[in-house]
Design a protein. Structure first.
Length: 382
């Protein structure tokens, strides 16, 4: 079965794969620093990643997107209107700002004008997504969405009328393109990838994500297949444990070969919409101690950049395979200092404590999201 999937993936490379380049934008953190507003943001909105996963898709902490830099460009409508969106495997809704939004957060972003699209159809369905700093509220509509040449007709999406706080003003993206299961979609809107599958627009019911390291160009989302040029070795196919998020089982977490967390097993969500790796506070605290991170302002864990050469590896065991993160992977070098790529999040689930495997993990391990077989494929990224 697994080898069949590998062969199918290679066949799809020559058949019907669509690659969407991810462009590296200025992160919200960098924009806030340049505007002199970072401390104000951190004081008002403490880190609360757990809220994203506590009420399905209705809750999205704005802090979650602070260090996101990878965005893609899509168009909506006829003629097309262009938007920068965050491809987010941790949520399921597509939404963009609309001309009906007068919030400060909308003022410097592209706004969709339904009156200018001959293919737009409005729905009388409200949509609301909480971001901790406030709610994005609006309504749903149908229109044609073009994702890298894939023409997705009759796609449901949210048109924002209000957006949370002034800090979304500093985000590098206009909206969000959720790529998770429809189970967690706000207002039961059909996610973009589900509509692609339904219309037969992809040769395989899977997509994959490759993120480059150190800000290099070349990051890409591939719809309809995966590309072996982006990884080495075999793909480890990991079963989904909850068909809502891309949630998988983790056997343990080790530092320098010793189990320090998740000793009895736990759950992990592979989330491209989260920049960090997050886990239970008590276990993250142990990891921070092991890597030499100390608490700085606003509960941010800082690291002495000069210690990187002597810091330990952190390893996740998933489906019998060890996924090692060297210091260069989990230490974030930002604006003259270094900080930890691990953060606390207290969120138990029916299957065990939840961990979030964000971009820190995905940069090291090419991720394949297979809806047809309900598995996540992981392989060492090049």
């Amino acid at each position: 079965m697994k080898w069949a999937l590998v062969l199918l993936g290679l066949v799809a490379l020559s058949e019907c794969m669509t690659k969407i380049p991810l462009i590296k934008g200025k992160s919200m953190r960098q924009a806030l620093i340049e505007a002199g507003k970072l401390e104000e943001f951190l004081e008002k909105y403490p880190y609360d990643l757990a809220s994203k996963y506590s009420n399905f898709a209705s809750n999205m902490p704005m802090y979650n997107y602070m260090d996101i830099e990878y965005i893609s460009v899509i168009t909506i409508g006829t003629p097309p209107q262009s938007f920068k969106v965050l491809p987010d495997t941790g949520s399921a809704n597509l939404w963009v700002p609309s001309v009906y939004c007068n919030s400060y957060a909308c003022s410097n972003h592209q706004k969709f004008n339904p009156a200018l699209s001959s293919t737009f159809r409005a729905l009388n369905t409200p949509v609301s997504i909480s971001y901790g700093t406030g709610s994005m509220t609006g309504f749903l509509g149908y229109d044609t969405v073009n994702v890298g040449g894939i023409v997705d007709t009759n796609q449901e999406f949210g048109l924002s009328q209000t957006e949370p706080g002034s800090f979304l003003y500093y985000s590098p993206f206009d909206g969000i393109m959720g790529l998770s299961y429809p189970t967690i979609s706000a207002s039961s809107a059909t996610p973009v990838f589900d509509n692609m599958m339904k219309q037969g627009l992809v040769s395989q019911d899977l997509f994959s994500i490759y993120l480059t390291r150190n800000g290099a160009s070349g990051s890409v989302v591939t719809f309809g297949g995966y590309d072996s040029n982006y990884f080495t070795g075999q793909v480890n196919w990991v079963p989904i444990t909850y068909e809502g998020y891309w949630q998988i089982a983790i056997e343990n977490v080790m530092v320098n070969g010793q189990v320090v967390a998740c000793a009895q097993g736990c759950q992990g969500i592979v989330d491209s919409g989260t920049s960090l790796i997050a886990g239970p506070p008590s276990e993250i605290s142990i990891i921070q101690q092991q890597i030499g991170a100390t608490v700085g302002s606003y509960n941010q864990y800082v690291i002495n950049c000069q210690n990187m050469g002597s810091m330990p590896d952190v390893t996740f065991t998933i489906n019998g395979v060890q996924y090692t993160l060297p210091p260069r992977a989990y230490v974030r070098q930002l604006y003259g200092g270094c900080s930890s790529g691990f953060q606390s999040m207290n969120l138990p689930s029916a299957q065990g404590d939840l961990w979030i495997l964000g971009d820190v993990f995905i940069r090291e391990y090419y991720a394949i999201f297979d809806r047809g077989n309900n598995v996540v494929g992981l392989a060492t990224a090049v």
